[in-house]
Structures are given as structure tokens and as C-alpha cells.
Ligand binder design. Sequence first.
Ligand code: NI
Length: 175
Amino acid sequence: MAIREIIRLDNPILRKKARRVVSFDDRFQQLVDDMVETMLAAPGVGLAAPQVAVSQRVIVVRLPDDEDSRQEYGPEAGKLYVVANPEIIKASKEMVEGIEGCLSIPGYYGRVDRHEKVVITGQDRHGKPLRIKAAGWLARVFQHEIDHLDGRLYIDIASEVWEARPEDAEEAPLE
Ligand code: NI
């Protein structure tokens, strides 16, 4: 495994619509392993392939597994999600406002409305179909990462964006 460079806002790859994953070969397994390692090292709670300059539709997500997260999210805390070709097939009408930061836009945070609940379909790292129901923060991270696959960034939809304050990092790990 290897840590890959996370590209920044000025790189046009972040703005491209990523291609579907069609081959779950060794090269793809390497990409997934590297994405997980890169996300954990950053540290971040989510990462999309375009952020490591690979324009393919795959995301990794992992909420922290500290005591607070375990109390709030139960088994979802610390669980690693790898989703290829993710699609939101259902989204709650209810929206919730929250703070987000992006590994590709260091030094900034923003306030973003997201669906409170989503149902996601896609494939696991071996191409097997999967379906995930997510709520709250987990749902937020999935929406942020899936947006990356369509070249969309949180700053496009944020009601407010500001320069990072010390308290932001604790409240909103990067994704
Ligand atoms: Ni991001």
C-alpha cells in the first residue's frame, strides 16, 4: 500500500465526471488499498478516487471509532465502506445543515445542507452488489464523496464558506 498525493482545487481532475469502474482487477485493488491508507493518514473520514487524481467512480468512507463516535453511531463508527459506482437511490426530504471540510480544499470549512437519510447502491471492491442505508453524519459523508465523482465540491452548494478556525477541525474532520 502507499499513500497517494491528494490533489487540490486547482487541479481540473476534481471537476471531471468520473468514469464507472468496470474492472475489479489487481490495479483496482491497489487503488482501493491506497485510498484507504491515504484517507486514514490524512486523516479524513472519506475520500473519492478523483482526489488522488484517478477519475473513477469509487469512494471510501470511515467514521472515527473513538468513544464519542461509538456512542453516537454504534457499529457504523470505525466501519470501513468501499463503494464502487455508488448511486443514491433514495433520499429523505428532510435536510440537515452541517459543517464540512474537504481534503482537497485545506484551510476552509463551509455550511452545507444535506439529506438526513440516503439509501445507496453500488458494488463492493470485488464487484458484488451492495446497498447501504445511512443517516446523519454517515449520510452526509456519502453525499460529499459521491458529489466528488460528478466533479461537484461542497463549496458549490455551501450557504457559507470560511477560513478554518481552530474549533472547526474537531467538529468536522475532512472528507
Ligand atoms: Ni472532499
